[in-house]
Design a protein around this ligand. Structure first.
Ligand code: MN
Length: 289
């Protein structure tokens, strides 16, 4: 066993709005590039924020994606999704939407209607997971992963629970199907609770603290709404909760291919990006009202 060292602890950058419904802090790409964090090429964190009641649900209107997957994890509030592949769904607290855009979809993302009418706290993570070249033009797909279907590992001595969204934890497999090795572990630790993790040294690995505050490897403090990135040496680390805490742990095998990204498209070459814009303009992503 060798310790995976903490390379950086990063406070949430100033928020920006995506549409009028997603008030997000962009953690990736930022100090760390898409290549360094691959396969995690984008992460927008919607820190907890109260949205007042409205009759017109806030969100992001119809837009395209190609070449990767969008993963939305709801922590507070409810998110509705519709796409041009005919998939739609509503996720609430603890649920996950895993949309494989691949060859291309149009979709729209909104606060759910009842949530909008009542108003309330909203907190979410949106992650983009890259696809290797051989799957970038595969069929779009949609996985709705409700919290009751997510495998859960109870830690000893009532220290907490690790929800295995994807990948595995202590031999328990996650619910999501992924194209490359990806671990997404939502860790709910009780005050004083400690969990240990083990990932290959070359996997890009980081955490986001969504509730409470924690200590990594008994040395590095990570506060509420902060991110910590681990180095690509060593395999093992620990997270200890200073108070009741929720920590999203992400680790994935890097996809060592060129990345050419522009707006909502992430491909391998400039020509493929131009093709994506042409296909979008020529209606090849389907239709969505
Ligand atoms: Mn989108």
């Amino acid at each position: 066993m060798s310790i995976k060292k903490v390379e950086a602890v990063i406070s949430a950058p100033p928020f920006h709005m995506v549409g009028d419904g997603f008030r997000v802090h962009n953690f990736i790409p930022g100090r760390y590039s898409m290549e360094r964090m691959s396969p995690f090429i984008m992460l927008d964190y919607g820190s907890k924020h109260y949205f007042p009641p409205t009759d017109k649900p806030r969100g992001v209107d119809v837009h395209p994606h190609r070449g990767f997957e969008t993963v939305t994890i709801a922590y507070k509030g409810k998110v509705a999704h519709h796409d041009s592949a005919g998939n739609s769904g509503i996720i609430g607290e603890g649920d996950v939407q895993w949309m494989t855009a691949a060859s291309g979809v149009l979709h729209k993302e909104y606060h759910e209607e009842n949530f909008s009418r009542q108003g309330g706290d909203f907190q979410m993570v949106q992650l983009w997971v890259n696809l290797p070249a051989k799957f970038k033009m595969s069929q779009p797909k949609y996985q709705e992963i409700t919290n009751d279907t997510i495998s859960k590992v109870s830690l000893e001595n009532n220290e907490g629970v690790v929800e295995v969204i994807a990948g595995e934890y202590q031999q328990v497999k996650g619910s999501a199907e992924t194209f490359t090795p990806v671990h997404l572990l939502n860790s709910k630790l009780n005050k004083g609770g400690k969990a240990t993790f083990n990932f290959p040294a070359n996997y890009n690995t980081f955490i986001i603290v969504l509730e409470g505050s924690v200590v990594l490897n008994e040395t590095s403090n990570v506060d509420y709404n902060c991110m910590a990135v681990f180095s690509n040496e060593g395999t093992d680390f620990s997270i200890e909760a200073k108070e009741d805490a929720i920590v999203l742990v992400l680790s994935g095998e890097p996809i060592n291919e060129p990345i050419y990204a522009h707006g909502p498209f992430v491909m391998n070459t400039r020509d493929e990006i131009i093709q994506a814009f042409n296909d979008f303009q020529n209606g090849k992503f389907g239709t969505l009202n």
